[in-house]
Design a protein around this ligand. Sequence first.
Ligand code: FES
Length: 653
Amino acid sequence: SQDPLVVFMPSGKRGRVPAGTKVLAAARQLGVDLDSVCGGRGICSKCQVSPSFGDFPKLGLTAREGALSGINAVEERYDRVRGLKPGRRLGCQAEVQGDMVIDVPPESQVHRQVVRKAADARAIVMDPATKLAYVEVPEPDMHEPSGDFQRLVEALQREWGVERVTAPLPLMARLQPALRKGGWAVTVALHKGHRDEAHRILDIWPGFYEGRLYGLAIDLGSTTIAAHLTDLRDGSVKASVGVMNPQIRFGEDLMSRVSYSMMNEGGAAEMTRVVRAALSELAASLAEEAGITPRDILEAVIVCNPVMHHLLLGIDPVELGQAPFALATSESLSLDAAELGLTGMAEAARLFLLPCIAGHVGADAAGVALAERPDRAEELTLIVDVGTNAEILLGDKDGVLACSSPTGPAFEGAQISSGQRAAPGAIERVEIDAQTKEPRFKVIGCDLWSDDPGFTEAVAATGVTGICGSGIIEAVAEMRMAGLLDARGLIGSAEATGTARSEPQGRTHGYLIHDGSAEGGARVLVTQGDIRAIQLAKSALYAGARLLMDERGVEKVDKVVLAGAFGAHISPKHAMVLGMIPDAPLEKVTSAGNAAGTGARIALCNVSARAEIEALARKIVKVETAIAPRFQEHFVNANAIPHAVDPFPNLAT
Ligand code: FES
């Protein structure tokens, strides 16, 4: 007679296995994705399956009945002690006895998918570089003089099919107590990067370790550092935080930091020191917020622009300040967090830095490319990642171009008189009535508009503290639409605009959005200087985009994706009214949140994405804005709101 046929769902993989084969063994044989941390010992319960056609011998029998029907004592005991959900069985214990269809639930799949918030975003497939493995190690023997580590490695090779295994020194020190405490059974966190030849043991626990492993996805911007603490098992984000980059005190934008390092002996080293300290603090505070310990954080993936990249690594960025803008190293980097002196995470934690595309187009642009994959787009897609240094990508499946543009920090709320970074209390949305010229607004952390009843009570905890990047973009665009601002960017007087909110400010005017000064709060006034800062920033952004369009030989794009720093969700309509981006049908302009950070999270959750972005980074053609003669011309024309010459037909509708 024939061997039983098993079909695994949802993969549909099928094949015949001899009667009595364990489900986990059958899954491995047929290439089915079934998880296991304990290596099939009935301890971890990660291998659970449920039969949807045919059945295994029943659980809940007496020992004698069980023995007769082939039921496994290990699984029996697991069910008694820990309890299995109805219909669920341990795949490493249950045996195939006849034809069956076996469902592998999502939590038992190694490569489970993480759904991303944006509707059109690709799901992340979990396949982290660091995974747990339980292993039983032979006891030492006077007649067999091998070390405990060597016997552990042999056991890992035998049970987990790994080849080379290494461990850093601090791990060696933990090894012997863990083996003895665990009765010669331990769980190790095994790490293997996409280019590593060996597996590396990052941590070790006695017996079976039930805890979770975490990683950090970090977007290290010139103005803002955003970090997401991510569960390496299911990709969920446990805590997020954004802080100011402490290097700001050495210069607001990239070039001023490069010149600080050129003018000051030891300046680069000082900037290196403060950013490493900030990352260590950030990691520690995220761990605290999520109620875990720094030891649970085993990896960090970092995206950043080339200057931040070099300063983090302790490399003087001086070459990035002058043509030909040579990078010290452009490939992705895998290293120990300890090499950079980072704390707040595990002693043996690993770091991964995405590759840089060119001297001005960094690992942050690589992160955006990984999150948005413009190289797979059917439509010609323009992606702008708004920050102090904007990363701009244009492309489709026929090729991708990239440049960066020095927009300055205005879009992150810096250089704005009432500006602040995105945090509770900051104005993030603004509307101005075209008739009455009266504003209403929303602040971060509150769902009500400022003219809704109960608004003042709802924001009592923080008050209104200032205006963030997305808020100032909306404010300026709304002022233009309400006729408070002309195409040159000049704010009209009270007589010209018909509202007392237009206040004289020396020889210019400012528009008052909110006056909380009576209660000791903020006075949020948009000044002529603020408008100038936004005009400069948006002109740089637009000019960069236009330069890529010239290079590609097109006058318009099919689709625009707006990405931004932490917390910034830029409104497509306002971005277009302002002329930050070229004209496109409004429904084709979308906001992607922190795409660079998402790219970091993808590379954290899926180790093969690291190889993917390396290959893609090599294919992206970079365009150098600093030496392109047309950049200046585009920049000057883009100073008007929305633009001096380029048409915006989609704004008319
Ligand atoms: Fe761990 Fe089955 S593989 S319980």
